[in-house]
Design a protein around this ligand. Structure first.
Ligand code: GAR
Length: 194
């Protein structure tokens, strides 16, 4: 039985998909647990989802500034993750660049989901960037986190063709549906025992 924390900045729909899969004994017979939501944005909707799901949450305040300030926030996060006995850290729309301090501490236990087919279109605008490209396929990537931006080793990808007449809204909706299926399955698979 492993303990997972999710880090999110916004809506938290992936966090909710993961939490719901974890609470289903058919998908999660080993009883792995989502023990904590960490959010960097006071008032973000993911915090409300955590309350409704009965999962503890914390807001980590990032001050303004560079690496020093980020590392102060990361030390606070690591303290919380350790106090909850976290075995794996799952980034789900966490829109901060993590420093080598945090990445090094959680190396091999830190994964991310990105709404594009990496290595193409890394960064904060994966959907918009892939939509604006000539790519005939769109999709989702789950990868280990390293010190780069969306450069870590790919765990799994899923793609779909961009069809004639497809709108950006339709593509975006499809990407989110894929994410909500693929992320919980992948996290549970990595934890094993299911
Ligand atoms: C998701 O689409 C995720 O792939 C993306 O943010 C969204 C969060 O949605 N992440 C990135 O773009 C990371 N570079 P959610 O808060 O509803 O889960």
């Amino acid at each position: 039985m492993a303990n997972v924390a999710v880090l999110a900045s916004g809506s938290g729909s992936n966090f909710q998909a993961i939490a719901e899969a974890f609470s289903d004994p058919v998908q999660n017979p080993s009883g792995h647990r989502v023990v904590l939501l960490v959010c960097d944005k006071p008032g973000a909707y993911c915090l409300e989802r955590a309350t409704r799901l009965g999962i503890p949450s914390i807001v980590v305040a990032y001050g303004k500034g560079g690496q020093e300030v980020r590392q102060t926030a990361e030390r606070e996060m690591t303290g919380a993750l350790e106090s909850f006995g976290v075995d794996m850290v799952v980034l789900a729309g966490y829109m901060r660049i993590l420093t080598p301090l945090f990445v090094g501490r959680w190396q091999g236990k830190l994964i991310n989901i990105h709404p594009a087919l990496l290595p193409k279109h890394p960064g904060a605008h994966g959907i918009a960037d892939s939509w604006a490209s000539e790519d005939r396929e769109l999709g989702v990537t789950i990868h280990w986190v390293d010190e780069g931006v969306d450069t870590g080793q790919i765990i799994v990808q899923t793609a779909f063709p961009r069809t004639a007449g497809m709108t950006l809204e339709a593509a975006e909706a499809k990407i989110h549906v894929l994410e909500h299926k693929l992320y919980p399955i992948t996290v549970l698979k990595l934890l094993g025992g299911n």
